[in-house]
Design a protein around this ligand. Structure first.
Ligand code: EAX
Length: 322
C-alpha cells in the first residue's frame, strides 16, 4: 500500500539503528479507499508521526481476513492487530452496544456523534475492553438505507415478503420482521454474490458502503429510509496492546481520534456525493419517504428485544441528548 512503502523509507531514515519498526495490520471488510480505509490511513499517518516511524501500518481490506464477526474473533485471539468494523456483530460480544443499533433512535449525525463521544458512548466503549479487545474510539458507518432489485420501497407494505440480508444483529432482524420483510443474517463478504444470484432480494447499508461496494451493479432501487444509525469502532487486539508501554498506548488512542475525524469527514462527503453517484450508475433512489410508519413498526418489534434484557434507561438517556 502507498502508506507502507513511504512509511518504511521514512521510518528507516528517522529511526536509526536501535529502534525496531513495527507494522500494524488493520483489517476491514470494505475497500481500502472506503470511509473505513480512509480512517485507517489517517490513523497510520498520525501513529507514524507520533512514534517517529517506530510504528507503520498496512490495511488488510475488503474482507481478506473474513467478515466482521471473524475480525472481532481474530482480534480476541491475537491473530489480528486492529480492525475498523461496524457495530453490527459487536452486540454479540458486548450486548450494551445493541442500544446503538435500535432503529430510528438517533435523530441525525450530530445527535449520534454527541452520544458516542459523550458520557454514554465512552462508558460503553470501556465495556468493549472487557472482551479481550481494546476499543480505541467510535468511528462511523452511517445511516442505513434499503436497496433491492425488485421494486421501489416507499411504505412498509412494499417490504412484505422481501428477502432482505441483514447484519448478524438480533435487533435489526426483529426490526425488519416487524416492518414486513424476511431478514437473512449474513456476513458482509457474502452479500454481493448473494444479491447477484438472487439468494436475497435486497440489503441495507449506508451510502458509504453501497458506493464502496458498487451495489448498483446488482441492485436497481435504493430507498433512503435512514432506519438505523450504524456506528463503527476502531478496535485493537488486547494482546498486541498489552505489549505497548503507556506512551505508545497514548499514541494509539490519539491516532484513533485522527482516524475517526477522517472517517466521519468521508461519511459527510458521501451523504450527498454518494447518492449522486448511485443515480449516475443507474439506481433509482427514492428520497420522498414518510419514515413514521416504518418507525412505528420497527420500534414496536425491536425495542422489546433490547429493553426486556437491558431496560429503557440508556435509550431514554440517548433520546435526551441535544
Ligand atoms: O461495516 O455488514 C454490514 O452491512 C456493514 O455495514 C458493512 O460490513 C460495513
Amino acid at each position: 500500500m502507498k502508506h507502507f512503502i513511504i512509511g518504511a523509507l521514512v521510518a528507516i531514515a528517522l529511526a536509526g539503528p536501535a529502534q525496531a519498526q513495527q507494522k500494524i495490520i488493520l483489517a476491514t471488510i470494505t475497500s481500502p479507499t472506503s470511509h473505513f480505509g480512509i480512517g485507517a490511513e489517517a490513523f497510520f499517518d498520525k501513529l507514524e508521526e507520533l512514534s517517529k516511524g517506530k510504528f507503520t501500518g498496512e490495511q488488510a481490506p475488503a474482507g481478506q481476513l473474513g467478515g466482521e464477526r471473524d475480525l472481532i474473533e481474530g482480534l480476541q485471539i491475537g491473530a489480528i492487530d486492529m480492525a475498523i468494523v461496524s457495530t453490527g456483530p459487536l452486540g454479540n460480544f458486548v450486548p450494551d452496544v445493541y442500544a446503538f443499533d435500535l432503529p430510528f433512535l438517533f435523530r441525525d449525525y450530530d445527535h449520534a456523534r454527541k452520544v458516542l463521544d459523550g458520557e454514554i458512548g465512552q462508558k460503553i466503549l470501556k465495556k468493549v475492553d472487557d472482551n479481550n479487545l481494546v476499543g480505541l474510539a467510535w468511528g462511523e458507518n452511517g445511516f442505513r438505507h434499503i436497496t433491492n432489485s425488485t421494486h421501489p420501497i416507499r411504505r412498509p407494505g412494499d417490504l412484505n415478503g422481501l428477502k432482505l440480508r441483514t447484519m448478524e444483529n438480533k435487533v435489526h432482524m426483529a426490526a425488519f420482521t416487524g416492518m414486513g420483510a424476511s431478514p437473512t443474517p449474513m456476513a458482509f463478504p457474502e452479500v454481493f454474490s448473494a444479491l447477484q444470484q438472487g439468494v436475497v432480494d435486497g440489503q441495507e447499508n449506508p451510502v458509504t458502503v453501497i458506493s464502496a461496494s458498487k451495489f448498483w451493479e446488482v441492485q436497481k432501487y435504493a430507498s433512503l429510509t435512514g432506519h438505523v444509525y450504524s456506528p463503527a469502532i476502531f478496535l485493537a487486539s488486547a494482546s498486541m496492546f498489552a505489549d505497548l508501554n503507556e506512551e505508545e498506548k497514548g499514541w494509539f488512542y490519539e491516532s484513533a481520534k485522527a482516524g475517526v475525524a477522517a472517517n466521519r469527514a468521508e461519511v459527510n462527503r458521501l451523504e450527498d456525493a454518494g447518492v449522486a453517484l448511485m443515480r449516475e450508475k443507474g439506481m433509482e433512489v427514492i428520497t420522498d419517504i414518510d419514515k413514521t410508519p416504518f418507525a412505528e413498526l420497527a420500534e414496536k418489534a425491536s425495542y422489546p428485544v433490547y429493553t426486556k434484557e437491558y431496560g429503557t434507561e440508556t435509550v431514554e438517556r440517548i433520546k435526551a441528548v441535544h
